[in-house]
Design a protein around this ligand. Sequence first.
Ligand SMILES: *[C@@H]1O[C@H](CO)[C@@H](O)[C@H](O)[C@H]1NC(C)=O
Ligand SMILES: *[C@@H]1O[C@H](CO)[C@@H](O)[C@H](O)[C@H]1NC(C)=O
Ligand SMILES: *[C@@H]1O[C@H](CO)[C@@H](O)[C@H](O)[C@H]1NC(C)=O
Ligand SMILES: *[C@@H]1O[C@H](CO)[C@@H](O)[C@H](O)[C@H]1NC(C)=O
Ligand SMILES: *[C@@H]1O[C@H](CO)[C@@H](O)[C@H](O)[C@H]1NC(C)=O
Ligand SMILES: *[C@@H]1O[C@H](CO)[C@@H](O)[C@H](O)[C@H]1NC(C)=O
Ligand SMILES: *[C@@H]1O[C@H](CO)[C@@H](O)[C@H](O)[C@H]1NC(C)=O
Ligand SMILES: *[C@@H]1O[C@H](CO)[C@@H](O)[C@H](O)[C@H]1NC(C)=O
Ligand SMILES: *[C@@H]1O[C@H](CO)[C@@H](O)[C@H](O)[C@H]1NC(C)=O
Ligand SMILES: *[C@@H]1O[C@H](CO)[C@@H](O)[C@H](O)[C@H]1NC(C)=O
Ligand SMILES: *[C@@H]1O[C@H](CO)[C@@H](O)[C@H](O)[C@H]1NC(C)=O
Ligand SMILES: *[C@@H]1O[C@H](CO)[C@@H](O)[C@H](O)[C@H]1NC(C)=O
Length: 774
Amino acid sequence: MATHNNVPFCKWWISVITILHFTQTLSQTDNYIVHMDLSVMPKAFSGQHHWYLSTLASVFDVSNSSTGRARAATLTAFSKLLYSYTHVINGFSASLTPSELEALKKSPGYISSIKDLPVKHDTTHSSKFLGLTPQSPAWKLSNYGEGMIIGLVDTGVWPESESFNDHGMSEIPKRWKGECESGTQFNSSMCNKKLIGARFFNKGLSAKYPNLTIAVNSTRDTDGHGTHTSSTAAGNYVEGASYFGYANGTANGVAPRAHVAMYRALWNEGAYTTDIIAAIDQAITDGVDVLSLSLGLDGLRLDEDPIALATFAAVENNVFVSTSAGNEGPFHETLHNGIPWVLTVAAGTLDREFDAVLTLGNGISITGSSFYLGSSSFSEVPIVFMDGCHTMSELIKIGPKIVVCQGGNDSNDLSDQVENVSSANVTAGVFITNFTDTGEFIGNGFPVILMNLKDGKTIIDYIKSSNRPQASAEFRKTTLGIKLAPSVTSYSSRGPSASCPLVMKPDIMAPGARILAAWPQNIAVDLNNSQPLLSNFKILSGTSMACPHAAGVAALLRKAHPDWSPAAIRSAMMTTAETMDHTMEPIKDLGSGKLYPASPLAMGAGQINPNKALDPGLIYDVNSTDYVRLLCATNFTEKQIQAITRSSSTDCSNPSADLNYPSFIAYFNAKNSPSNLTAVREFHRTVTNVGEGRSTYTVNVTSMSELKVSVMPDKLEFKTKYEKLSYKLTIEGPALLSETVTFGYLIWADAGGRHVVRSPIVATNLSPGLSSRN
Ligand SMILES: *[C@@H]1O[C@H](CO)[C@@H](O)[C@H](O)[C@H]1NC(C)=O
Ligand SMILES: *[C@@H]1O[C@H](CO)[C@@H](O)[C@H](O)[C@H]1NC(C)=O
Ligand SMILES: *[C@@H]1O[C@H](CO)[C@@H](O)[C@H](O)[C@H]1NC(C)=O
Ligand SMILES: *[C@@H]1O[C@H](CO)[C@@H](O)[C@H](O)[C@H]1NC(C)=O
Ligand SMILES: *[C@@H]1O[C@H](CO)[C@@H](O)[C@H](O)[C@H]1NC(C)=O
Ligand SMILES: *[C@@H]1O[C@H](CO)[C@@H](O)[C@H](O)[C@H]1NC(C)=O
Ligand SMILES: *[C@@H]1O[C@H](CO)[C@@H](O)[C@H](O)[C@H]1NC(C)=O
Ligand SMILES: *[C@@H]1O[C@H](CO)[C@@H](O)[C@H](O)[C@H]1NC(C)=O
Ligand SMILES: *[C@@H]1O[C@H](CO)[C@@H](O)[C@H](O)[C@H]1NC(C)=O
Ligand SMILES: *[C@@H]1O[C@H](CO)[C@@H](O)[C@H](O)[C@H]1NC(C)=O
Ligand SMILES: *[C@@H]1O[C@H](CO)[C@@H](O)[C@H](O)[C@H]1NC(C)=O
Ligand SMILES: *[C@@H]1O[C@H](CO)[C@@H](O)[C@H](O)[C@H]1NC(C)=O
């Protein structure tokens, strides 16, 4: 475009736009991500961007070649082109009518296209809970992640938040190519040595809704989610942080000396994949070390999932990618981002509870869970027992009393009851429940207290035995050291991954329940008697909160081990993860109704442990050739694989469904097979010795019911550092497993157990896959 004379060009441009707006109403346009085969690009083009423009222009000027019309067509193409991508795909995105798309399909070099899709986005204490203290090796050896750059694609950032102050930050790395873009209420001077990049992407959204006005067209966060996730990953130290008195203390991110770059592609007005992959494309160009993506798309094949495509390019460019598993648990096959080249993160609890104390008229004090944000406490208020609080007409007759409800043993029933009582204009609600994953029900402006069954009985007995039952309530107590922690939250999405069943997902668990992190000063965190409640910090729950924790840990590991690949970092996190909780019992699953040990399909390899991950002993490494071999082993067509690898010549001569991954999933799901039929599943793995030179590892496999598990050889003798040795895991069992999920662990340990390298093994009779779904 440099050859154009600027002035007439601009005039022309405006008239073309005007015509477009007129014609847009005539035929339905949509956004498409278009894959092109770069190998057929004519040499005459100086770069792919010009070729894409010219290809688009030919669609608008199919057969007329007069100079004027050609230029008009080029201008039309220019306005219809949303993004021309550099890394994430070979291709571009454009806003096209169905007939324009059909014409484009006939263009030389066209491979395939996918329609744009809407996307939803799924502290003080959490870093200490992960064992991060000034004395801990993960912070010492990485110098708190100094010099690392964590990029986030999210809702933007609130630059004035104290978590983004740059006290103690090192200079911006010279290699950084990012920018701090100005926009509505956002001035480029708002970045500093902590927040080093701020860019925003909404061409796709704007093309989808041409009449849309974007209220705050800049990186300024108008939602809060991005401020929260970015400060979780790399927020600076803020003393005296708290949320209405809860979780008080010094707040900081997992990598407090890492830099933050925010790429805003999630808008209050909507979010589209064209914008999200443009953000990832730019983050790769800018030079981020780690990407944190607390978002995802459900129910798509890998080659149709723009997040999978874009992250393949990111990982090829040596960027570590952390993603959220989703919040659709506790059912199997609900997980998104089950992508072999990223880290997929599940959400676990912290050892922190927020409490209230209820003191009955007879003097007995009982502690329950509460997260009331108002400032009131209540003294000697009448208390009544209502059993199941389902009848609004009865509830609204109660008036200024504390209401006690019971029977909400599952999350739906409990939330119904809480909602009823909250809207009944009573003083407070006490809910007796055995539901243990209560985090979602107690964060509001109405005073709610949750009680377990035993304490509930004490309350009911008192009410029934007293002629004038009354109680007092005090709120805002924070209790640390809760023993049943960590455990898997019930909402955390479960594997297996429908888009790639061959790889066990999720990979790991990180804190995601009731995480305190920075929040925009002007966005209400909740309402109290219809008045907005404001706070500089907010407590949120979800895998969105777990993902940036893992991104922060990745920044620490990358700083400490600059030569490790993204797969090596992931392997170190997974093989050193904790499978035991603070009581030294197996980590529990809060979604299983009863407190059963969590399966790897819920928590991956276990709870992330940054200090151990620094020194894993052995690494399961994977490079892009290995990922392509995996894709070749699935029945993806060459075109589908090409869309992912962006390479016109995919070598599928050596397919392998057996990715060198630090976990295992075996399917014993042959329906209608004779009951005595047995099946054998084999896995081959190669480990790299990243510990000291000479060492001997011996294997130990936990028993798995119904299955015979063996490892060959059972001893690995390394002579040098970086030496690679291989082994084979064999699992033999009934062709159709009687249990839905059976699991165990394969453990390589060196002398004295200095390094314990643990891999989860899952055997299942599930048959995940997208084809079986719809
Ligand atoms: C080229 O454009 C002219 C004028 O707009 C039109 O009359 C003619 O039919 C076009 N030619 C073709 C082959 O479409
Ligand atoms: C940006 O902020 C600085 C400092 O507040 C101010 O001097 C400057 O004029 C602002 N620039 C713009 C473009 O608003
Ligand atoms: C967009 O604006 C145009 C012109 O004002 C109008 O004709 C059209 O109906 C609007 N479209 C939508 C979807 O509101
Ligand atoms: C948002 O701002 C960018 C550049 O600052 C501009 O190009 C774009 O047209 C704006 N979008 C909207 C919807 O106002
Ligand atoms: C947090 O608040 C409690 C009282 O609510 C107080 O005892 C404690 O010292 C505070 N902790 C910090 C770190 O400020
Ligand atoms: C919930 O648990 C209580 C106490 O065990 C029991 O009485 C009640 O029937 C249960 N409610 C439901 C809906 O299962
Ligand atoms: C709620 O109760 C208070 C006093 O108990 C009363 O003044 C008020 O009108 C009630 N509000 C509604 C909406 O019923
Ligand atoms: C809660 O109570 C219900 C019904 O009594 C029971 O089915 C469920 O297993 C209990 N949940 C836990 C976590 O104890
Ligand atoms: C990946 O590793 C294999 C050996 O394990 C090697 O042959 C291949 O060239 C590597 N691929 C890349 C892209 O580095
Ligand atoms: C398995 O069972 C079938 C009948 O269901 C029988 O014919 C066959 O011999 C059995 N095979 C073995 C190995 O026991
Ligand atoms: C294997 O693991 C089990 C359970 O963790 C343990 O009891 C046993 O001692 C281990 N065996 C060896 C040889 O390390
Ligand atoms: C693989 O093949 C099966 C059977 O032909 C088909 O149902 C499924 O959709 C294919 N999977 C992919 C990923 O193309």
